[in-house]
Design a protein around this ligand. Structure first.
Ligand SMILES: Cc1cc2nc3c(=O)[nH]c(=O)nc-3n(C[C@H](O)[C@H](O)[C@H](O)COP(=O)(O)OP(=O)(O)OC[C@H]3O[C@@H](n4cnc5c(N)ncnc54)[C@H](O)[C@@H]3O)c2cc1C
Length: 495
């Protein structure tokens, strides 16, 4: 065991940096926390659709929801609408809700398939937040029925960083503005201090690299190799632009529309819409991709589109010597399921667990951290690939290639188990997505098991039909009593 990490230095003041600053300050009261950022370099400024776990983060660091929504021009998010993924003209929802039982005699999707009655509509009609999203409604789940569904947010990434920074600085995080020009190493290979452009030095015991795509410490300084996912996920560019609102209702969901060589996001905020086109430069040139984004906009663009370049994958290790990387400096998966901020949070959680005794963790603890982050990346990668590999689209070279790619073994196994047995729970959901999420994508893409479990026959067919009909009607009635998302948002912001 070494001596305590007395001085914790965070490099970078984007979403990753300021989330880390707040969490570390709360968890390590005996340490000083200093964050170095450069306004001249700025932050990536995208990353505006989130996952419900962000609410746990806010609760853990004491962020008030109304203040957060006001400060970041935020809106509520029930999930994602996928347009044109299975076939052009079709769409489905992946919301943060459940489909009741996913196995056994009362397995909801199993009975739905067995009953096979078109008057029951789509499987999504059996999921409350999906119906709410379809109707543009929002209300928080009743406190006593918290497992009915959950929700996340859309927010302005630049405003979010400022919001978290204001709170963190008030709580005693030291903010140092300046460009880091040199990283000085210790004899054991770790980082000793950072040299700023104006000659100042920032020394520390633990360095948390939140420097974004530049990966200043883990990538550039420690030269940790990159694990490349681009043979599975070939998108490598994104055009991003905001557009003016059109006066139409603010949708309580993100939209992801499949295009010729990638897909476009639409993220509704209070006063603007965030848009982007994630594409593969192997299949489409930048100008055409830019035009395809502009063609998607509901209203006029508010600026020139910005181009971002990236490679999907992650660093081989996430924690090396006294450097831990969080956020884009550690890896990136395309934002199809809004997972990056959630992954920052999971990394933070595991890192703080490892730091609990207040001293540098022993090597096996660091190894376990690296293993768990690697696994999380693989699980989420598989879930994202699922959206592509089940497509029925053959209208462009990109889509034709996406269905013929060799898949990771873990995904092959998971899809095989689904097709043969209807099993959804194969790996720990703590590493990736819940069964209900896998089910939403399989159902949306029209991929079902070849056989139905005979245990379903324990329920008489007519009883199963009635149960599904009743659930569908109850859900529709419940959704119909809820306020429109805009009205709900206004009522929250008025508080
Ligand atoms: C196209 C795209 C869309 C995305 N969409 C989503 C989404 O919908 N949902 C989601 O969860 N995530 C999304 N992400 C990911 C999300 O944007 C990031 O995970 C999140 O913003 C965290 O970024 P960061 O803090 O790691 O990096 P950044 O925001 O880039 O911050 C890096 C910081 O490091 C500082 N820095 C760098 N070099 C130096 C230096 N030499 N000296 C001093 N300071 C330095 C910078 O000034 C900055 O403060 C998206 C990413 C991309 C590229």
């Amino acid at each position: 065991m070494g001596t305590a990490y007395k001085r914790i230095v965070i490099v970078g003041g984007g979403t990753a940096g300021w989330m880390t600053a707040l969490a570390v300050k709360a968890a390590q009261p005996g340490s000083t926390v200093e964050l170095v950022e450069s306004e001249e370099i700025g932050i990536v400024g995208v990353g505006e659709a989130t996952f419900p776990s962000i609410r746990d983060f806010h609760a853990s660091v004491g962020v008030d929801e109304t203040e957060f929504l006001r400060a970041t021009h935020g809106t509520f998010k029930l999930g994602i609408q996928f347009r044109d993924w299975r076939a052009q003209g079709e769409h489905y929802f992946h919301t943060f809700g459940n489909f009741a039982d996913v196995a056994g005699p009362t397995c909801l999707w199993g009975q739905y398939r067995r009953v096979d009655d078109p008057t029951l509509g789509v499987l999504g009609d059996q999921c409350l937040p999906t119906v709410m999203a379809t109707q543009g409604r929002f209300a928080k789940p009743p406190k006593d029925q918290g497992n009915l569904y959950t929700y996340a947010y859309h927010f302005d990434a630049n405003l979010y960083a400022v919001f978290l920074r204001t709170i963190a600085v008030k709580r005693g995080v030291r903010r140092t503005e300046g460009r880091i020009v040199e990283v000085m190493r210790r004899a054991d290979g770790g980082v000793d201090r950072l040299k700023l452009e104006d000659g100042r030095a920032v020394a520390g015991d633990l360095f948390i690299d939140c420097s974004g795509f530049s990966s200043l410490l883990l990538g550039r300084t420690l030269e940790e190799p990159w694990v490349d996912f681009s043979h599975w996920l070939p998108v490598d560019r994104a055009w991003a632009v905001s557009s003016a609102p059109t006066g139409a209702a603010i949708t309580p969901y993100t939209r992801a529309t499949a295009l010729e060589a990638g897909w476009a996001w639409r993220i509704p905020l209070i006063d603007r819409i965030g848009n982007g086109h994630v594409f593969s430069s192997r299949y489409i040139d930048e100008d055409r991709a830019r035009q395809q984004l502009l063609d998607q906009l509901d209203g006029p663009a508010l600026a020139e589109p910005r181009l971002l370049r990236f490679t999907t994958g992650h660093r081989e290790r996430f924690w090396v010597h006294n450097v831990v990387a969080l956020g884009l400096s550690s890896g990136f998966l395309e934002p199809l399921e809004s997972t990056s901020i959630m992954m920052i949070q999971r990394g933070l959680h595991h890192m703080l667990e490892a730091l609990k005794p207040g001293v540098p963790p022993a090597a096996p603890v660091v190894d376990a951290y690296n293993r768990s982050m690697t696994k999380m990346y693989a699980r989420i990668r598989d879930f994202i690939i699922l959206h592509y590999c089940l497509t029925g689209r053959r209208d462009s070279e990109f889509w034709r290639d996406m269905v013929t790619k060799e898949l990771p073994d873990t995904l092959v196994f998971k899809m095989h188990a689904w097709r043969q047995t209807g099993a959804l729970n194969l790996y720990s959901t703590a590493e990736g997505f819940e069964s209900s999420s896998w089910l939403a994508i399989y159902a949306g893409m029209g991929t079902w098991p070849e056989f139905l479990d005979p245990v379903l026959n324990e329920v008489p067919l007519e009883e199963a039909r009635q149960a599904l009909r009743q659930r569908r009607e109850q859900i529709a009635a419940m959704a119909a009593t809820m306020p429109a998302h805009d009205d709900y948002l206004r009522s929250v912001l008025r508080k």
